[in-house]
Design a protein around this ligand. Structure first.
Ligand SMILES: *[C@@H]1O[C@H](CO)[C@@H](O)[C@H](O)[C@H]1NC(C)=O
Ligand SMILES: *[C@@H]1O[C@H](CO)[C@@H](O)[C@H](O)[C@H]1NC(C)=O
Ligand SMILES: *[C@@H]1O[C@H](CO)[C@@H](O)[C@H](O)[C@H]1NC(C)=O
Ligand SMILES: *[C@@H]1O[C@H](CO)[C@@H](O)[C@H](O)[C@H]1NC(C)=O
Ligand SMILES: *[C@@H]1O[C@H](CO)[C@@H](O)[C@H](O)[C@H]1NC(C)=O
Ligand SMILES: *[C@@H]1O[C@H](CO)[C@@H](O)[C@H](O)[C@H]1NC(C)=O
Ligand SMILES: *[C@@H]1O[C@H](CO)[C@@H](O)[C@H](O)[C@H]1NC(C)=O
Length: 291
């Protein structure tokens, strides 16, 4: 006796079930696949962020900054905060040299660029009068040609360990920037490279670089960084070097994660002389930043 015999169905019915399945598959292919292709942003979880670029490359010819111009042209909706650094500061002359001037004029012509000048504080040890003079030099660039204007200052080697003197020093240099004839927002950026003592918090500091280290070190500090970011991510920047070569999707996912906690980002696969060249992942990085 045959157990569990299949009910005998007419082959016509089986044929029509097969046809229905085929039709459903075709519908899925025709409707769902193009939607998935048209909507690559689906499930994108990053938050709108900007590039902070330490542009420490001497423009010895008109092509030296081409990777930057290519990214600016490709991503007009992406904001680029570009740190200009002729000589660990503005240099000894009132104006940048002709090579620099030509490229700064070109850069400032982009509506998605905000140029800021580089000044070292030596962890609040540099003569504060000289620091103020360097800020004044950047502020003076536009007197020659308005298109050379800087729009803020990037204070490198900012202190992170508390002392009343260091806090007061940073408050004064911030005020020098805000009082200056720099243009635009007169954005003040501090780069301690790590999370500074909370007593450095000051309403005149617009952005603080709270991470400037390698990709492996990021993994060890992620808890401290994300805890801190219960506050406002628009006040924070991360600059991550030595990131491994990876697929565009993997890079997008990493940058999305960073963007949850800092609104100004820079990542490079350079593992030495991090800022002397753009690095081979520069173009991919600018393509994946959430805008
Ligand atoms: C521009 O850069 C080139 C190449 O480094 C150099 O030879 C030249 O002296 C520079 N020009 C100025 C005005 O500094
Ligand atoms: C321009 O300068 C860059 C370095 O900034 C160099 O790599 C490149 O070879 C130079 N190109 C020309 C055409 O001289
Ligand atoms: C500035 O941009 C305009 C329009 O995009 C262009 O015509 C002009 O040549 C640019 N100027 C400089 C100095 O690059
Ligand atoms: C800082 O520099 C100024 C001018 O260069 C000088 O007059 C002053 O004595 C210096 N201050 C210190 C503490 O070295
Ligand atoms: C600034 O310099 C650029 C390039 O040399 C020139 O085209 C422009 O006319 C200058 N603008 C002023 C206001 O001098
Ligand atoms: C900035 O300007 C304010 C108001 O004019 C002044 O009280 C203050 O001393 C200035 N601070 C610095 C560091 O220039
Ligand atoms: C964060 O700061 C930005 C810019 O100052 C402001 O527009 C925004 O409302 C702030 N967000 C929160 C959650 O405080």
């Amino acid at each position: 006796m045959e157990k569990f015999a299949r009910p005998k169905s007419p082959s016509r019915k089986r044929w029509s079930i097969g046809l229905s399945i085929a039709v459903i598959i075709v519908i899925i292919i025709v409707i769902v696949v193009p939607l998935a292709v048209l909507l690559p942003e689906r499930g994108h979880k990053g938050q709108k962020s900007a590039v902070i670029l330490p542009l420490y490359i001497y423009p010895s010819n008109s092509s030296s900054w081409d990777p930057l111009y290519e990214a600016l042209d490709a991503h007009p909706e992406l904001h680029f905060l570009v740190v200009i650094n002729p000589s660990n500061g503005p240099g000894n002359n009132p104006l940048p040299d002709d090579n620099y001037s030509a490229q700064i004029l070109k850069l400032n012509n982009y509506t998605n660029v905000e140029t800021v000048g580089y000044v070292r504080t030596g962890y609040a040890t540099q003569n504060i009068t000289n620091v103020a003079e360097e800020v004044a030099t950047y502020a003076g660039w536009d007197t020659q040609n308005n298109s050379l204007a800087m729009h803020g200052i990037f204070f490198d080697e900012a202190p992170h360990e508390y002392s009343a003197d260091a806090v007061s020093y940073m408050q004064i240099v911030n005020q020098v920037v805000k009082n200056s004839t720099l243009q635009g927002a007169k954005t003040v950026i501090h780069n301690p490279g790590v999370i500074p003592d909370s007593r450095f918090d000051d309403s005149t500091t617009d952005i603080t670089v709270i991470f400037e280290e390698s990709y492996p070190v990021y993994q060890t500090k992620v808890t401290a960084l994300t805890d801190l970011n219960k506050k406002n991510r628009t006040e924070y920047a991360y600059m991550v070097n030595s990131i491994p070569t990876q697929s565009l999707n993997a890079l997008r996912s990493y940058v999305d994660t960073l963007s949850e906690h800092a609104a100004y980002l820079f990542v490079t696969n350079n593992n030495q002389n991090f800022y002397d060249s753009f690095g081979s992942m520069w173009s991919d990085f600018t393509a994946v930043i959430p805008t």
